[in-house]
Design a protein around this ligand. Structure first.
Ligand code: ADE
Length: 241
């Protein structure tokens, strides 16, 4: 997979793209990454990418022409990229969206700054994504969040092939629940013991405990997920008590 970003701060990306699992996946050729500077597609002395909004109002808007020119020129070589614009007005980013994006051959992330982007630039977008109901100073951090969530799903990116399946929100086995609680040594810590079943060696009981724990935790911390979680009738009856 090729992931590219278009932004006025291309230098923000390199530390994240060369560290830990992303860094290793990139070194291993599982994904390639390029960050473009939007100012390279301006034509004035000041390399201007923003201007005042028509109709008045606070702050500056990103101009459509440099974005258009940049996206067209980046997309003109190689396979056509799937183009994502980051904005707090986009669709909420979810694990399902990460799984969908992970199937693309080439992603181009367009990161806004200032008070927003001229609406006409969005004509280039295949989709608009928000990473949450809060306003960041720009789309770069959102692009990094999405890159991280996508790359770890690519085959070979995580050492253990199973480790991205059985976890919170995955559309796989966990059925849309939060992940169950996990423990490692010591068996007792600050007066809190690891649940006995996890020490029992009885895998069927461990699986049952984990399932029940995942449902309990979801009821407690994310009750909004319960209605769409894949539960048996008896699990649903318990969850809705
Ligand atoms: N740009 C500014 N805030 C954002 C958000 N919450 N998600 C995506 N892009 C953004």
């Amino acid at each position: 997979m090729l992931i590219e970003t278009l932004s006025v701060f291309p230098e923000m990306f390199e530390p994240v793209m060369s560290t830990s699992i992303l860094g290793r996946a990139r070194q291993a050729g599982i994904f390639d990454f390029r960050a473009y500077d939007l100012r390279d597609w301006t034509h004035d002395r000041h390399r201007t990418v923003d201007d005042e909004p028509y109709g008045g109002g606070q702050g500056m808007l990103m101009k459509a022409p440099p974005i258009y020119e940049a996206v067209r020129s980046i997309a003109s070589s190689g396979p056509h990229p799937h183009v994502v614009f980051f904005t707090p007005c986009g669709a909420p980013f979810t694990q399902a969206a990460a799984e969908r994006l992970a199937m693309q051959e080439r992603l181009l992330f367009v990161c806004g700054r200032y008070e927003g982007i001229d609406e006409r630039a969005y004509d280039l977008a295949d989709e608009r994504i928000s990473i949450g109901d809060y306003v960041l100073t720009g789309g770069e951090l959102a692009a990094m969040v999405v890159t991280d969530a996508v790359v770890r799903l690519l085959p070979g990116a995580l050492g253990d092939a199973m480790s991205s399946v059985d976890e919170s929100f995955a559309t796989g086995d966990s059925g849309g629940l939060l992940e169950y609680a996990q423990y490692t040594r010591p068996a007792e810590f600050e007066g809190a013991a690891v649940p006995d079943i996890l020490l029992s060696g009885d895998h069927a009981k461990v699986d049952a405990w984990r399932r029940e724990n995942a449902i309990d935790r979801t009821c407690r911390w994310r009750p909004d997920l319960i209605s769409s979680a894949r539960l048996t009738d008896s699990e649903r009856a318990l969850a809705e008590q």
